[in-house]
Design a protein around this ligand. Structure first.
Ligand code: GLU
Length: 309
């Protein structure tokens, strides 16, 4: 299945309530809203609180308030991932039934030892590339995490890698089995992994256009593989420029990036102006409110990111 040309265009913003939104997250929120509106489409908010261990209580609501202060309001009641846990289980069961998910009994130390034995110091973004130890059975170990059988699936696809196109960054390609390996679908401590949740929810919400920060680009090939494995449509993707802090590093909730100022409509407008600048949009000089500014940027977004063919 592919995205149907006549479907209502639908975008989404999917914050994790692990910290308040910062100016970097506002860029992604604004871009996804403008993209949906520029196509006459819907814009939805999904609170990605599915990883209960890492989410902070009350933050989901606070994030929705930050967005509302910027006139960014979901067209439907926001979806909360904690209310969708059974759906992830259904998708997971389908992968297991298709022989595309398997239990893994390896601890981190065992993965490190197996990698060292292979002479591979194979880490990527600080993460280990799983050496495939439990791919053909647990051999008496106890199941901990569950993994996607990337190598098996990519081999069956016979394409030698996963290609997809980013609307800003252009054609992309990744050999997921080599670069990432058999990635986790369900963590050893219980929660469904981000990759599975995001794919199931994007399909369930009929998302046609994923617009999100460039730091997530690297996840896309994995998500495209899961969509293929589950027979789900692949949306279009656009990854937005990142906002760097004074130290030159990208702003991130994990590193405690500050929330942005929404104490008054003028403050929210100034924050939106900054976010628009990151996207290459001009300042909304004559706008009197956040809502007003958003409207002025819609045609400018079209010209930059969605020009007529
Ligand atoms: N929840 C993810 C985050 O806050 C974003 C997921 C996505 O847009 O795909 O980083």
């Amino acid at each position: 299945m592919t995205t149907s040309g006549c479907a209502v265009r639908t975008g989404r913003f999917a914050p994790s309530p692990t910290g308040p939104l910062h100016s970097g997250s506002l860029v992604a929120a604004l871009a996804s809203w403008l993209d949906a509106r520029a196509q006459g489409g819907r814009w939805l908010v999904r609170v990605e609180d599915g990883d209960t261990e890492r989410c902070l209580p009350g933050l989901g609501k606070a994030i929705l308030e930050q967005l509302a202060a910027c006139a960014l309001v979901s067209d439907e009641p926001p979806v909360w991932q904690t209310q969708r846990l059974p759906a992830y289980g259904v998708a997971f069961d389908r992968l297991v039934a298709a022989g595309l998910a398997y239990p893994c009994g390896c601890s981190r130390a065992e993965i490190d030892a197996a990698l060292a034995q292979q002479g591979a110091s194979h880490t990527r973004h600080g993460e280990r590339v799983y050496p495939g130890t439990c791919r053909d059975g647990l051999r008496g170990k106890t199941a901990r995490a569950w993994r996607f059988a990337t190598a098996r699936f990519e081999e069956a696809q016979g394409t030698g890698g996963t290609a997809w196109t980013d609307r800003r960054l252009g054609p992309q390609w990744q050999d997921v089995s080599h670069d990432v390996g058999d990635f986790v679908l369900r963590r050893a401590d219980g929660p469904w992994a981000y990759q599975l949740r995001v794919v199931v929810d994007d399909a369930e919400q009929h998302i046609t256009d994923v617009v999100r920060g460039e730091d997530l680009t690297d996840n896309t090939a994995r998500q495209v593989l899961l969509q293929l494995a589950l027979g789900l449509p692949t949306p279009r993707y656009l990854h937005t420029p990142l906002v760097l802090g004074d130290d030159g590093e990208k702003l991130s909730k994990q590193r405690g990036a500050a929330s942005f100022d929404t104490s008054t409509p003028q403050a929210a407008l100034a924050e939106l102006d900054k976010a628009a600048g990151v996207l290459g949009l001009p300042q909304a000089k004559h706008a009197t409110s956040p809502a007003d500014a958003l409207t002025t940027w819609i045609p400018q977004w079209t010209a930059l990111y969605n020009p007529p063919p």
